[in-house]
Design a protein around this ligand. Structure first.
Ligand code: TRP
Length: 443
């Protein structure tokens, strides 16, 4: 297909697809446990700040570049640099993005596989269970993890192989409404079975005594990851946007939906955590261990639990496709490989790297890679604290300082005031903050 003419069919598809990319494990699994371990409200506030002043300007830039140059992140950056008479080295942003996408997909799929597995574990719950032992049992078996990791990544590859319209567009139109309905059911469940007011004040009344420098770092990393920024995923989806669609409005809706779902996830999880006297700061095991034991106790808990993990899996799937699409788009546009072959091949690479993450739960749990981190945590660190912030930083520098402002103005449209506001943030605020926080973590 000619890349110039490939455009989402539905008017809302860009928003659904970008929100599908943004809303994922980061929102429903990551955000609640990070808010829980970082003291609640203060983290939430800093996170919201990061979304607004760092995330949103960069998201606008990614969409703008994609929409104008209409290619994979590599060719988008290359064409953008050429048109503004800048060095073609800027295409390195695109390459970094393709690599980051495959790296993130590798461990994302292992985690999403555990969510898939938990749908069935929850449905089969009868009475009391030892949820710590259950989690250990699930993660100690390389074969069981392998099975679900393989299933998840095959579904991802299959959707991407089917193409932008008949794969991605069709799936997000199906998955996103399901996700929203399931989320509402979960919040209603928390309202009925949980301690809503305690959860509300935990999430929304900031206690700054728990805030450390690390809180800022973690909140910024979370904002990048949650909005899917810094690796060209949103840029790539922007490339399929219809030329007459509004960029500011679409970005605000996507960032707003992403934030809304993260908050709703908090309101679905913390009320029952508090009602059952579980500590909110139990870390990554919050949903797999704390929630599972509560589901075992709740009336119809097996069904509620099954629906919860179905929700997580759906959210993960609409995100994982956006991790694979940019690199597949590159191979397909250059006619190096056909789209289906590129999908399965790149997914195969991510699958293979994922084996390291899968083994870090069991056989390799003692091996450390970066610092004292196991393989999974090292990949997570590499992607979230290096590749994504660096990608975001360079997108900001390019869009703010290198891209011809008249091009940005023409693509963004809207009023002069909003344009100046964006320009101010993308030049002086977002890159400076990302750079500052990035350097800070290195020292
Ligand atoms: N945003 C997704 C989440 O919150 C993960 C994700 C999908 C992502 N695509 C991305 C993260 C691109 C960074 C870059 O789970």
């Amino acid at each position: 297909m000619n890349k110039e003419t490939l455009t989402w069919v539905g008017k809302w598809t860009f928003i659904l697809a970008a929100a599908g990319s943004a809303v994922g494990l980061g929102n429903i699994w990551g955000f609640p446990y990070k808010a829980g371990t970082n003291g609640g409200g203060a983290f939430v506030l800093i996170y919201l700040g990061c979304i607004l002043i760092i995330g949103l300007p960069i998201m606008i830039s990614e969409i703008m570049l994609g929409k104008r140059y209409r290619g994979s992140p590599v060719s988008t950056m290359k064409d953008a640099a050429t048109e503004s008479a800048s060095s073609s080295n800027w295409q390195a942003i695109g390459w970094g993005g393709l690599i980051a996408g495959v790296v993130i997909l590798s461990f994302y799929s292992v985690l999403a596989g555990i969510c898939l597995n938990y749908i069935f574990i929850s449905l089969g719950l009868e009475g009391e269970i030892d949820s710590i032992a259950k989690f250990q049992q699930v993660t100690s078996s390389p074969l069981q993890l392998l099975l679900w990791h393989t299933i998840f990544i095959l579904i991802t590859a299959w959707i991407i192989a089917a193409g932008v319209i008949s794969g991605i567009e069709r799936m997000v139109k199906l998955l996103m409404p399901m996700l929203f309905i399931l989320m509402i059911i979960m919040v209603i469940n928390a309202f009925i079975n949980g301690n809503f007011s305690q959860a509300f004040s935990f999430l929304f009344s900031p206690d700054f005594s728990a805030v450390t420098a690390n809180t800022y770092l973690s909140a910024m990393g979370q904002a990048f990851f949650s909005l899917s920024l810094g690796m060209g995923a949103i840029m790539c989806y922007g490339a399929y946007m219809s030329p007459d669609q509004e960029i500011y409005e679409s970005s605000a809706i996507v960032a707003g939906l992403d934030t809304l779902i993260a908050m709703l996830a908090g309101l679905a999880i913390f009320p029952i955590i508090f009602a059952y006297g579980v500590e909110p700061n139990s870390g990554p095991g919050l949903v797999f261990i704390s929630l599972l034991s509560i589901f075992a106790d709740l009336p119809f808990g097996n069904i509620i639990g099954g629906l919860f993990f179905l929700l997580l899996s759906i959210a993960a799937l609409s995100s994982s496709i956006s991790l694979l699409e940019p690199s597949v788009a590159y191979f397909a546009e250059k006619n190096i490989l056909s789209r289906p072959i590129a999908s399965f091949m790149l997914a195969g690479i991510a699958w293979f790297i994922g084996l390291g993450s899968l083994l870090s739960f069991n056989v390799w749990s003692e091996y450390t890679f970066i610092g004292s981190r196991n393989f999974l945590d090292s990949m997570d660190l590499l992607a979230n604290q290096f590749l994504l912030p660096l990608g975001g930083l360079f997108v900001a520098i390019f869009a703010g300082w290198k891209l011809n402002p008249s091009i940005a103005k023409a693509e963004l449209g809207g009023s002069e005031f909003v344009f100046r506001l964006w320009q101010f943030f993308i030049r002086f605020i977002s890159p400076v903050l990302v750079f500052g926080i990035f350097i800070f973590q290195l020292i």
